[in-house]
Design a protein around this ligand. Sequence first.
Ligand code: NAP
Length: 294
Amino acid sequence: MSARIIDGKAMAAALRADVAQEVQRLAKESGLVPGLAVVLVGSHPASQAYVGSKERATVEAGMRSFDHRLPENVSETDLLALVNRLNADPAVNGILVQLPLPKGIDADKVLATIAPGKDVDGFHPINAGRLATGLPALAPCTPLGCIKLAKTVHASLTGMEAVVIGRSNIVGKPLAQLLLGENATVTVAHSRTRDLPAVSRRADLLFAAVGRPEMVKGDWIKPGATVIDVGINRVPADGGKTRLVGDVDFGEASAIAGAITPVPGGVGPMTIACLLVNTVRAACASAGLPPPKV
Ligand code: NAP
């Protein structure tokens, strides 16, 4: 069997086009132009690339992008002051502080300072708590993208056996909450899980968010399962170059799975598209408008 490849790039392009249409409608009907502020501290090359992509996608969708670059040695006080200014700025509907932050800055404190209604990354404890208690919340973008990708294969996730490998606050835990919201039966595995291959083999839906290149092997996968690979790992390639691989051994897994996301071109592009969705949602909520149709 050869798995169907879930084309995250195409799906993300379609979602971004839907967002752009919704942004046009909002501008016409309500004069609302959503704005996203992106804060980058330092010059970490991967972070610079992510931030650049987010800013381009925001502008392409017809929204306002506010770009804030701060030096590596910025003080926590100055960063918090910027976040507070953005909280108070009515043109800013979404605030994203790119992680990781330099040593010496308390990332939890920074994230908790973002106004929950503008927390388009969904990392604020209030949004995490709302998500966990089943209340409407701004949910983290990567898990949102994972759910949308799984739903391209299964119209409903109800009753499905889902295994999430990884329990981080930005991927594993919120993904588990979203899956519960979809009525899946959810197992969250992590570094202390016993017999991870056997746990993984139970899954109709297997999500890998670990950060270990090609850890999930073909014999960890139930035949026909849907595999969503969140991992982004840079590994050495021929000629002194590097290449990106996921947490799943794609070659082995695609021979067993029913459907699988590639890396790159799977979850990554959906994360940015979902950030745009969250920004439009936050803008509608702050203007007292009904939720957008994306
Ligand atoms: P993280 O915070 O480092 O968490 C990794 C999780 O994997 C932890 O819960 C850890 O368990 C678990 N783990 C580590 N080694 C393991 C092992 N041998 N067996 C089972 N579980 C193990 O990472 P993250 O931020 O969630 O990111 C995970 C991956 O997704 C990374 O490759 C990252 O680059 C990628 N990512 C991609 C996107 C995207 O847009 N596509 C977005 C975010 C992250 P413990 O809790 O027990 O330590």
